[in-house]
Every structure is written in C-alpha cells, then in structure tokens.
Design a protein around this ligand. Structure first.
Ligand code: NDP
Length: 476
C-alpha cells in the first residue's frame, strides 16, 4: 500500500508484462487485426479456493479501516488510474477492439477514475429510522465479506469498477472473474489499483465459465455482482442458492426508443446515433429498436443516415476512428444473421448491411434497417452490435405496447420537443431507466438497474452502496 500512487507509472509494455505469464498462457488476439495482443495465464478452479482464502484473511482489516480511510484509498486508486490512463487505454483498445478516441477506450478509463472517485465521496452514515422519545431505531450496513464480481467483455474495465468500487467502499474484499475475451484489461486495471490497495482485498481469477460457476456455488463467497447475459444470469441464480448468496444481476436488454411526432429529426439525429451505436452497439443499455411516428419517419431515417454515414469505423489505434470491430466472431455472427433475417423478410437496408466476411477483423458496418416488421428477430432479439431497426408506428399507444412487449426492460427513451408529453409516455414504459431526448447516459450518482429479465438490484450512488452491505437494524 502506498500514498504516492500517482508517481507509479507503467508504460504499455511494462503493464502488459506485469499481467502476462512468463511462459505459456492462452493467446489473446486483437479483434481488429487478428494479431497477437498478449497471453493470459488460465488458472484452474482450485485457484479460486486460494483466492477466497486470501480474500477472507484480508477482509476484516480492510473493514476495520472504516469508511473515511477506505474512501481515501479509493480516491488514491482513482489517481493511480489517471496516472496510467494511456497504457490502460492502449491495452483495452487492443484487446477489446474499441478505438482509443471518441466515447471508447480513453473514455472508459476516464470513467473508471470518475466512478472510483465518486464512490469514495458518497456520504454514508447510519439511518435513524424512528426517534419518537419511546423508540429509537437505526439502520446500519455491515460488510458482507467476500464479493465475487463476474463481468462481460464489452466495457470490461468500467463494469469491473462499477462492481469493485462499491464493494470495497463497503468494507468487502473482492474477487474478479473477467470474461475470457478481455482478461488482460481487467488484470491490468487490478495491477494499477493494487499499487494503492492493501494486499488481498482485490484479486483477479481470470479463468473460464467454470470458475464463474464455482464462484456462484462457493460457500465462502457472500455476494455475486454479475453483469452479462440473461442465460448466464439465470444459471447463477440457480447455482447460488446453497448459501443464500446475495445477488446483483445486470443482465441483457433490448432498449426501445420512441420518437413522438413533434420531435425535430435533425436535432435528435446525433443523440439517437450515439444512443444506439456507442461502443459499436455492444452496450447493455444501448438503443436497440427505434419506434418512429409515421409523420416524421422518412425525415428521421434521412437525418440518422446522414449522421451515421460520417462516423468513421476502423482500427482503434487510428485516432480518426470512433467505431471499432465487434469484439469476437460469435458476436459478429449474431449481428450478421439477424441482419440477414431482416433483409430476407423484405425490410429495407438504408445504410450498411454488407460486411466483408473474409476480413481479418470482425468489422460489421454501421447498419440502419427501415420498414421492418415489429416482430422481426432483429427487433425482438438483442443484436448487441451496430445494426439498428427503425419501426414505423401510427399511434403512440401501439408504440408503448410494442416497447413493453418483450421480457426485458433495462433502459428506454422518449424523444420529443415537448418534455411533459415525453414524461407522460416515459411513465408508461417498463424499464429500469427512461431517458428523455437522450439514451444510455449514466452517472455514478444516479442508480441504474433493470426491470423484468434485465435483472435486479441497483448499482451506483448510495443505493448501490446499500446493495454491497448487510442491513443491520439496531433498536433501543
Ligand atoms: P456472458 O453471460 O456470456 O458472460 C458473462 C460472464 O459470465 C463471463 O465472465 C463468463 O465467463 C461468465 N460465465 C459464463 N458461464 C458462467 C456460469 N455458468 N456461471 C458464472 N459465470 C459464468 O455475457 P457476455 O460476456 O457475452 O456479455 C454480453 C451480455 O452481457 C449481453 O447480453 C449484454 O446485454 C449483457 N450486459 C449487460 C449489462 C448490464 O449492465 N445489464 C452490461 C453489459 C453487458 P467466460 O467469458 O469465461 O465464459
């Protein structure tokens, strides 16, 4: 542990060296080029038991530091991320594929520092529940113990921080299990954070899905923070019952956006575009199906196409690019097959839809599909990539019904020149968050979570901290 984290600087090479095994390991390839990024040591499931023992040993002293000291160290951890921002972003860009520039790798590393600092800053004191002269009751939140954090490959560093920062702030120790696609990014982040944190409070076990499963059954892990697909989330819910594990489930979504007839197509085009295409569409709360009133349908399609056609896609190290490849072949194939199903149904491709399937990188071009049936699979299934279906509607009740018709409800949005009209429609949407005239913007102070099968439990802000503590009522 040190007070001078900001002086500890990694280069890209030294950071990569620090997280790679000396020999062997599994190859990690750049999704933009197919070139070798580095190698990762693949631990067996038994490594988890060692990590849990270390975490259990480290946790009481960490909890004993108290909120002020833990917050001070988390703020120092934010400084350490900032001091190493460029090598972290370089590695993230190579491994995940996202460009350095735009709302991508540098942005993600910056968000890690912001989230750490914000999570360190929240006021968190016991709540006085009743104080009427006869009864006095307080609500405290004690540490849970060891928290397992299982994450996806789309925003691997930022989502790790969403999980680890509140867990650490609340006095827990943490074991991270990154996606097999992006382990180096999470290992590198932990390497930087551990220049500041006491030994053993934050560890990474970069194994496969079997390690994730072992975490969810492990009797000495007290809580799982999970971000990933609905099917894996359901498996974790089933396998975590043994010790009545606490769970926060941030699962998949298929966010609807509804454009009301009074919206200004040119004014909203940029917001619609980035709402849908941030991180090349590989974002849980991205806009994934857009319902547009027939009166302005053609104008919205035109404005969106004009904007989208100008946003460059390519290798992330080229500073001009703001969109990158799909992270992996499986995801490329999902997007490809959904767009092909839309095409064969007679939907109209107004941009893209013509990938080079022989290219070395998993680039799928920015794609807009108009005049599509609301029940087409590109609309009803999560594409998680750069292909947006635009559905025409005549009546707002019909649009609300379609938006609410799926079993998921992470985010949603309403677009209008009249805020109160938009708020009325927002009140009818089944989702964890509804944005007005934007989509997907998150803030460390504002709670975020899903409705329906998009999950349960809130992240961020004081609500997020409470999810990482054991409520303890003291009466008298
Ligand atoms: P997956 O569910 O496939 O994987 C997520 C993590 O779970 C990985 O680390 C994976 O390990 C691990 N895992 C696999 N099997 C098990 C198991 N049986 N028990 C425990 N852990 C297991 O999701 P993806 O990585 O493919 O991420 C994409 C999905 O995540 C999308 O559906 C997206 O919507 C959702 N998502 C949701 C977000 C939200 O906030 N709601 C944010 C970001 C993504 P391994 O890689 O080794 O298989």
């Amino acid at each position: 542990m040190t007070d001078t984290a900001s002086t500890q600087g990694f280069t890209f090479e030294s950071l990569l060296e620090a997280v790679q095994p000396e020999t062997g390991g599994r190859e990690i390839l750049d999704p933009a080029t197919g070139e070798l990024v580095g190698r990762v040591f693949v631990p067996s499931v038994s490594a988890l038991d060692e990590a849990v023992a270390t975490a259990e040993q480290a946790q009481p002293a960490w909890a004993g530091l108290g909120h002020d000291e833990r917050s001070r160290l988390l703020a120092l951890a934010a400084d350490a991320v900032e001091a190493n921002a460029e090598p972290l972003a370089q590695l993230l860009s190579r491994e995940q594929g996202k460009p350095l520039n735009g709302p991508n790798a540098r942005f993600e590393v910056g968000a890690c520092a912001s989230w750490l600092r914000a999570t360190a800053s929240f006021e968190f004191t016991p709540e006085v529940l009743v104080d009427d002269g006869q009864t006095y009751a307080e609500l405290h939140y004690r540490p849970l113990g060891v928290v397992g954090a299982i994450g996806p490959w789309n925003w691997p560093m930022m989502i790790s921080v969403w999980q680890l920062a509140p867990a650490l702030r609340m006095g827990n120790s943490v074991i991270m299990k990154p996606s097999e696609y992006t382990p180096l990014s999470v290992l590198a982040l932990a390497e930087v954070l551990n220049t500041v944190l006491p030994e053993g409070v934050l560890q990474v076990v970069a194994g496969d899905g079997a390690v994730g499963e072992a975490m969810s059954t492990h009797s000495d892990i007290d809580k799982i923070m999970f971000t990933g697909s609905i099917s894996t989330g359901k498996a974790i819910i089933g396998s975590s019952a043994g010790n009545v594990k606490r769970l926060t489930m941030e699962l998949g979504g298929n966010d609807a956006g509804i454009v009301l007839p009074d919206a200004d197509p040119k004014a909203i085009a940029e917001g619609l575009f980035w709402g849908a295409f941030i991180n090349t569409g590989q974002t849980c709360a991205a806009l994934k199906r857009l319902y547009v009133h027939t009166d302005i349908y053609d104008e919205v399609c035109r404005a969106l196409t004009d904007f989208a056609a100008k946003v460059p896609m390519g290798n992330g190290r080229d500073e001009r690019n703001e969109l990158g490849p799909l992270q992996n072949k499986a995801q490329f194939d999902i997007v490809d097959s959904l767009v092909e199903s839309a095409k064969s149904s007679g939907a109209k491709v107004i941009l893209g839809g013509d990938p080079d399937r022989e290219a070395a990188g998993y680039f799928y071009p920015t794609t807009l599909i108009a005049d599509i049936d609301p029940q087409n699979p590109l609309v009803t299934e999560e594409q998680f990539g750069p292909a947006l279906p635009i559905i025409r509607y005549d009546d707002v009740d019909e649009a609300v019904d379609l938006a609410n018709s799926l079993e998921v409800g992470l985010g949603s949005s309403v677009w209008s020149s009249d805020r109160s009209a938009a708020v009325e429609v927002a009140a009818r949407l089944e989702a964890g968050t509804t944005w007005i005239n934007s989509h997907g913007g998150i803030d460390p102070r504002i709670p975020f979570g899903g409705a329906k099968q998009s999950g349960y439990g809130l992240e961020f802000g004081v609500h997020g901290l409470k999810g990482l503590g054991q409520p303890h009522v003291v009466v008298g």
